[in-house]
Design a protein around this ligand. Structure first.
Ligand code: MG
Length: 173
């Protein structure tokens, strides 16, 4: 099993839609090259990190016009397929959205459902929590939002060669 951590932050920008976890939420939108879905970006980076496969910026460069306005769920789906091609399956996701506003609580179940569907796991294995920053710093001044995410992935193979190499032989009884 391998653990991955992802972080993302985006600045608020007037005139844009707010998309988090693939769900449109009433409120000020976020600036960004893609749909600026910071939650999906953090989860995607955590998955890439867990597998040791780089980061979202190298796979989907912001300078590449192909990803302009991109649906971040489609980027997540590509990364899930990449992990599957490396024989990894996702076990669970846990994410925290840090924002002074809007309150994400009413939208958490919808976001869990969207992310779980794209990742191919049960919604009960996707956790999303909202936190305010108690008015402190740039998040407290409502300049933007931050997201932290951790994931656990597991190798599908019966025998992990790395694990086998480092495990001492069982003593004979
Ligand atoms: Mg981002």
């Amino acid at each position: 099993m391998r653990i991955g951590y992802g972080y993302d932050s985006h600045r608020f920008e007037d005139g844009r839609r707010l998309i988090l976890g693939g769900v449109e939420i009433p409120g000020r939108g976020l600036s960004g090259h893609s749909d600026a879905d910071a939650l999906t970006h953090a989860v995607t980076d955590a998955l890439l990190g867990a597998a040791g496969l780089g980061d979202i910026g190298t796979h989907f460069p912001p300078t590449d016009v192909e990803w302009k306005g991109a649906d971040s769920l489609s980027l997540l789906a590509r990364v899930v397929r990449l992990l599957e091609s490396e024989n990894y399956q996702v076990v669970n996701v846990d994410a925290t959205v840090v924002a002074e506003q809007p309150r994400i609580g009413p939208h958490v179940d919808a976001m869990r459902g969207r992310l779980a569907e794209v990742i191919g796991i049960a919604p009960t294995h996707v956790s999303i929590k909202g936190k305010s920053n108690e008015g402190m710093g740039w998040i407290g001044r409502e300049e933007g939002i931050a997201v932290h995410a951790v994931v656990l992935i597991d190798r599908v193979e019966d025998q992990d060669p790395v694990h086998a190499r480092h495990s001492p032989a069982l003593p004979e009884l």
